[in-house]
Design a protein around this ligand. Structure first.
Ligand SMILES: *Cc1c(COP(=O)(O)O)cnc(C)c1O
Length: 479
């Protein structure tokens, strides 16, 4: 009845009461997340089958949804926020990030233009400038610099796509946007680069065959001489090389491409260099790990994911370009209904011109909450701890004659395997994950099956890492 009187809307007092309950529920989830089996056990279709076939005709109370989350949703959750989550890379969150995101939802602004909510643009500009300082990135990326600037993208995949489009328009004098792509453009990345590069090349209509996967060295880093040889060969064949995506911290093994050498080649041949540091970017918070970012000042664009290792809820990729006009020229379209004085006068940033979608949420708030809560010092503390534990873990692996390390491990990821081979290593992974006590994932390096132990979950402590090694080591006896 209440609902009818109020046009079905939730009454303000009901919102407040239900909101408190939801926050309590999330707080309880975080307090107990360690008790769940890390990896969801449901079969395909099971969650779908548990939900009603048709939508409710009459509305219900939000507080009635909470028990259904326990019943119908939690069984299908893989607990990414568990301290025992060591798979892939982390996608961690934190109290301040969740609350910042809640404020963003509460304000509900759509920040496509500066004029549609100046704070949405300007807080973001400031956060990206803070991050430049925090990571020791070059000053030409600052929003306050003459030509450069930074923006939040939904993912590293989108950041690379935007870099690729800016590079394409620069290489073709804006003609690709006008006429379609008619030139034999080619681009380059290593055979260890993340799969999104190939996807972006497909999205951009460049053709997968025009993406060259460059060979790597024994540490899985791109071979600069192989890159240059391929560029020269392509030029000789009448192609137009225009773009390189290098990686600081590959997904398989956190390998670091030699950016200074690659940048020199890009300069010699006139190619745009994008650097993808999705996971490892966060390491640059600590001066002692900034060597991983040598040469980044020579890149045309750079991206990393606070939504991986910097306690900020997905989605939040920080993306910078040295020349913002190259980016804006490739993406800007101005329909009459969005014309406004501030934009026309060119005094403001309209972030809709910096990425593919028009609309955008106020994502900078969660970054602001995170950076203010932890301070630079707090974020550095956690990176240092995670790296130190990974070094300990690697030492335990090394000291055990049944195992071998298969890649350098200067940061938070350890790649290892059983010397007895692929089948045994795969069995070990299966048993470890079926135990429910930890979740690890795998990759292939040099054609061999490899286990990845990635530390970076916000709740992980040293004793968790120790227990995980004990479990892996015990299970190895039976593999
Ligand atoms: C995780 C990862 C990505 C993909 O990140 P999204 O933000 O999910 O697109 C890209 N590159 C590297 C090196 C990664 O590790």
């Amino acid at each position: 009845m209440n609902r009818m009187k109020n046009n079905f809307h939730m009454l303000p007092d009901d919102f407040r009461a239900a909101g408190h309950k939801v926050i309590d529920w999330v707080a309880d989830y975080h307090a107990h997340v360690e008790d769940f089996r890390v990896l969801s056990q449901v079969k395909p279709g099971e969650i779908c089958d548990g939900l009603p076939d048709s939508p409710p005709q009459q509305g219900d109370s939000v507080t009635n949804i909470l028990p259904d989350i326990e019943r119908h949703v939690l069984p299908g959750i893989t607990h990414w926020q568990s301290p025992n989550f060591y798979a892939y890379f982390p996608s961690n969150n934190s109290g301040p990030s969740i609350l910042g995101d809640l404020v963003s939802s509460g304000l509900g602004v759509q920040g496509m233009l500066w004029a549609t909510s100046p704070a949405c643009t300007e807080v973001e500009m400031k956060m990206l400038d803070w991050l430049v300082q925090m990571l020791g990135l070059p000053e030409h990326f600052l929003n306050s610099s003459k030509h450069g600037g930074g923006v939040i993208q939904d993912s590293a995949s989108s950041a690379t796509l935007c870099a690729l489009l800016a590079a394409r328009e620069q290489a073709t004098n804006g003609q690709t946007n006008e006429e379609g792509c008619r030139l034999p453009l080619v681009c380059y990345t290593s055979n260890q680069a993340h799969s999104h590069v190939e996807k972006d090349v497909k999205v951009a209509g460049l053709g997968r065959k025009n993406l060259r996967l460059i060979d790597v060295d024994q540490e899985f880093a791109m071979r600069p001489e192989a890159l240059e040889r391929q560029i020269v060969e392509d030029k000789a064949a009448g192609k137009i090389p225009f773009f390189v995506c290098a990686t600081i911290g590959t997904t398989s093994s956190l390998a670091i491409d030699p950016i200074p050498e690659i940048a020199a080649i890009c300069k010699r041949h006139g190619l745009w260099l994008h650097v993808d540091a999705a996971m490892a970017g966060t390491a640059a918070l600590c001066p002692e790990f900034r060597w991983t970012h040598n040469g980044v000042e020579l890149a045309d664009s750079y991206a990393f994911n606070p939504h991986k290792w910097m306690y900020t809820n997905f989605d939040c990729t920080a993306f910078w370009v040295k020349d913002r006009h190259a980016l804006i020229n490739s993406l800007s379209v101005v329909p009459e209904y969005l014309r406004n004085q501030a934009s026309e006068q060119g005094e403001v940033f309209d972030y809709r011109d910096w990425h593919v979608p028009l609309g955008r949420r106020f994502r900078a708030l969660k970054l602001w909450f995170v950076i203010r809560h932890y301070g630079v010092e707090g974020l550095q503390h956690h990176v240092r701890q995670n790296v130190a534990w990974a070094q300990e873990f690697a030492a335990w692996v090394k000291a055990d004659s049944r195992f071998e390390l298969v890649a350098p491990h200067p940061l938070s990821l350890v790649c290892f395997r059983l010397k007895s081979g692929d089948a045994a290593s795969e069995q070990l992974l299966k048993r470890a994950n079926e135990s429910g006590k930890i979740f690890i994932s795998h990759t292939k390096l040099d054609g061999k099956y490899v286990l990845r132990f990635s530390i970076g979950q916000a709740k992980t402590e040293r004793h968790h890492v120790e227990a995980a090694w004990k479990l892996i080591s015990d299970l190895a006896d039976r593999s």
